[in-house]
Write a protein that binds this ligand. Structure first.
Ligand code: IPM
Ligand code: MG
Length: 357
């Protein structure tokens, strides 16, 4: 099969983790005889430095012409500490999501038995937790206008906007996912306060009737934040709006023991993007210590979702699992044992992929 991908490494640890994930992609393609073609493009700080635009047109064009995008991370302290910056690297990520129409961000949360001791939560609470967060990704307060400051600079505003159509497509997608899993959907909102949430609930209640095989529940986001930590096992599929999903998925990552383990797939109208849920971890940039597994597992999602290649995806997941068993892991999850480098972990996985052939 022809595997034609765009590689957007981005900022901070992005280049290091993506290079390991790309090696995994290359290895899988050679094992399964796929015809891999990939091209790098700029996004984030590097793109701002090169041309003043964090998501240049040339990058967008490459993404549009590819079958999938493998993405690293975005963000830099240079901008975090400059609230007045005119252009921000994160705008590149948001522009990419918007222009590619990636309205659904799928973040599976599953525990790894080998990492249960890493979770700050009690083992019996998190063992076998396995749910999927579906985050709406191109609407809400991230994109609503107006957004900005009053003329005197003393008042700032963001606007949360959702249309019926935006809500309907993400809720339908969530029902389809739930239908293929344990048939339980939790719709998270803040309908007791926000009018956008009330529209979410209204649209959801209308759609609910079309999916009688799925058990639907509605939950306020503050309650969901608590329940995700208190009883993560009760969830199957969670669907929510953009910012609630951003926050809840970082929270959910602690269940698995490390933010460095969670992959994601962003899908929608044009080319899908596969990226770890963690950020650019600037303190670790260039030090070869970051955990590449979330990005490698994102590559697995890419084979599965963008190319329908389930066996290849399983092959990657199985090998990642073996690296955990063998303790070939980076410092964030090394349990008193030796901490391996980003590159050592990636190289071990590539070799083992061939062994597992
Ligand atoms: C994420 C990130 C991004 C977001 C940032 C980097 C803009 O936190 O993908 O979760 O808020 O969506
Ligand atoms: Mg986030």
């Amino acid at each position: 099969m022809k595997i034609n991908i765009a590689v957007l490494s981005g900022d901070g640890i992005g280049p290091e983790i993506v290079s390991q994930a790309l090696n995994v992609v290359k290895t899988i393609c050679s094992v399964y005889n796929h015809d891999l073609n990939y091209e790098h493009a700029l996004v984030g700080v590097a793109a701002i430095d090169a041309c003043g635009n964090p998501y240049p047109d040339s990058t967008h064009e490459l993404c549009m012409n590819s079958d999938a995008v493998l993405f690293g991370a975005i963000g830099s302290p240079r901008y975090d500490n400059d609230p007045q910056a005119k252009v921000r690297p994160e705008q590149g990520l948001l522009a990419m999501r918007k222009k590619l129409g990636l309205y659904a961000n799928i973040r599976p949360v599953a525990t790894f038995p080998q990492l249960l001791h890493r979770s700050p939560l009690r083992r019996d609470l998190v063992e076998d937790a396995d749910f999927v967060c579906i985050r709406e990704l191109t609407g809400g307060i991230y994109f609503g206008r107006p957004q900005g400051r009053s003329e005197d600079g003393n008042t700032a505003y963001d606007t949360c906007v959702y249309t019926k159509e935006e809500i309907e497509r993400i809720i339908r997608l969530a029902y389809r996912y739930a239908g293929e899993r344990k048939r339980q959907l939790t719709i998270v909102d803040k309908a007791n306060v926000l009018s956008t949430s009330r529209l979410w609930r209204q649209v959801s209640q209308e759609l609910e009737k079309e999916y009688p095989e799925v058990k639907t529940e509605y939950m306020f986001v503050d309650n969901a934040a608590m329940q995700i930590i208190q009883c993560p096992k009760r969830f199957d599929v969670i669907v929510t709006e953009n910012m609630f999903g951003d926050i809840l998925t970082d929270e959910a990552s602690v269940i698995t023991g490390s933010l460095g383990m969670l992959p994601s797939a962003s899908i929608g109208i044009h080319t899908s993007v596969f990226e770890p849920i963690h950020g650019s971890y600037p303190q670790a940039a260039g030090r070869d210590i970051a955990n590449p597994l979330a990005t490698i597992l994102s590559a697995a999602l890419m084979f599965e979702y963008a190319f329908g290649l389930k066996e290849e995806a399983e092959h990657i997941r199985k090998t990642v699992n073996e690296s955990l068993n063998a303790g070939i892991v980076t410092e964030d999850i090394a349990a008193g044992g030796r901490a391996f480098k980003t590159s050592e972990t990636g190289e071990w996985i590539c070799k083992q992929i061939i062994v597992n052939k």
